[in-house]
Design a protein around this ligand. Structure first.
Ligand code: WQD
Length: 336
């Protein structure tokens, strides 16, 4: 049974990917420093799959701890989620973001190099494209200068991996996520924003639950059909399954290049106002919102051309926006 290391495996996307890995028969070892999640997620994963993953509470910023882990653990592949991911926060604490998102990647890749480990999946983001010139966004769209430190750490991460693949015979895939939303159908795992949610959907569900007074819609003067910004909202379980497809591609040596990258989205763009309408329909609850100024650093529109992922990974998102929003609402109600 192949053993897959999942860093950040108790996080939002990480925990959903661990469930799908176990469903596919992989053994899973999780490293997480619990800085942005709760240890209870580990038991929830076990409740869903019946298998409790190995767990190591390790901070990947401590190089010696990373080394010690690999001295006693052999892995057949690594899916690397562990990173800070708040765009706004990254502008306030750039050095924390470079330390956590870049140093940890280097330490992991050094261990893979020294121990001749292979098969690395990297959690990247559509943020690397900035505001693309052409929509939908394909993988050969220009990678523009990042608009945020967070986005820059993802661009730098991809470059570091690409160079490692060239020099150390590593095989790796970067998955460029669009906007992950929703929760597992068991309602046992989902997005756990600690503090005031930065992302749209958790703010929507907390407003509907009465935890937040109203949703602030960041701008309705964008050049879009209804003036609000457009994104590609992809169900987190569909996103998790894309990681399995990417891992199988590497394990089965079906990759065409040592370093590959794929857009992971639905291929459909949805505006903020359209999300609100779809949520009201999915939850049966009217949503309190007001239009405010644009949020600094936001782009007008981003949605994926998924034809390469469809063809090469044989992966396609299956959940509709309404299904994703309904799962997010059920998860929020469970939290209350
Ligand atoms: C979505 C839309 C906002 C909150 C970022 C990262 C991306 C990924 C997801 C990590 C935008 C609007 C939001 C609110 C609003 N992060 N909005 N009111 O900024 O597209 O993507 O998070 O993996 O890499 O770039 O996501 O959910 O913050 O915003 O109107 O209270 O909702 O302006 O148009 P974003 P988001």
């Amino acid at each position: 049974m192949k053993n897959i290391l999942v860093t950040g495996g108790l996080g939002y996307i990480g925990s959903h990917t661990v469930v799908e890995l176990q469903n596919e028969g992989f053994k899973v070892t999780i490293i997480d420093n619990l800085s942005n999640t709760r240890i209870s997620v580990l038991d929830k994963i076990a409740e869903i799959t019946g298998i409790k993953p190995d767990f190591h509470q390790i901070d990947l910023r401590i190089k010696s701890d990373v080394k010690n882990f690999f001295e006693t653990n052999t892995v057949d592949g690594i899916i690397h989620f562990a990173a800070f991911k708040a765009v706004g926060e990254s502008m306030q604490k750039p050095l924390d973001y470079y330390e956590n998102n870049v140093n940890t990647l280097v330490y992991l890749l050094q261990e893979m190099r020294d121990r001749k480990l292979d098969n690395f999946i990297f959690s990247s983001s559509c943020t690397v494209y900035g505001q693309a010139d052409i929509l939908p966004i394909t993988e050969n769209a220009t990678v523009k200068k990042a608009a945020s430190t967070y986005g820059n750490t993802k661009q730098i991460g991809e470059e570091i991996i690409q160079e490692s693949c060239k020099s150390h015979h590593l095989n790796a895939i970067a998955l460029r996520y669009f906007n992950p939303i929703g929760a597992h159908s068991s309602v046992k795992i989902g997005e756990l924003p600690l503090g005031v949610p930065q992302n749209l959907i958790p703010f929507v569900t907390q407003t509907a639950a009465g935890i937040r007074k109203e949703l602030a819609v960041f701008g309705n003067d964008y050049p879009t059909t209804d003036g609000t910004a457009i994104r590609d909202y992809v169900h987190v379980v569909d996103l998790a399954k894309a990681h399995i497809a990417a891992l199988q591609r590497l394990i089965n040596k079906n990759n065409k290049e040592a370093f590959e990258f794929f857009n992971v989205g639905t291929g459909t763009g949805t505006s903020v106002l359209q999300v609100i309408k779809a949520f009201e329909k999915a939850s049966g609850k009217p949503l309190n919102y007001k239009i405010v100024d644009r949020r600094e650093g936001d782009i007008t529109a981003a949605y994926a051309d998924t034809s390469i992922a469809n063809k090469e990974l044989k992966w396609k998102s299956e959940n509709t926006l309404e299904e994703a929003l309904e799962s997010a609402w059920k998860w929020q109600q469970q939290q209350n």
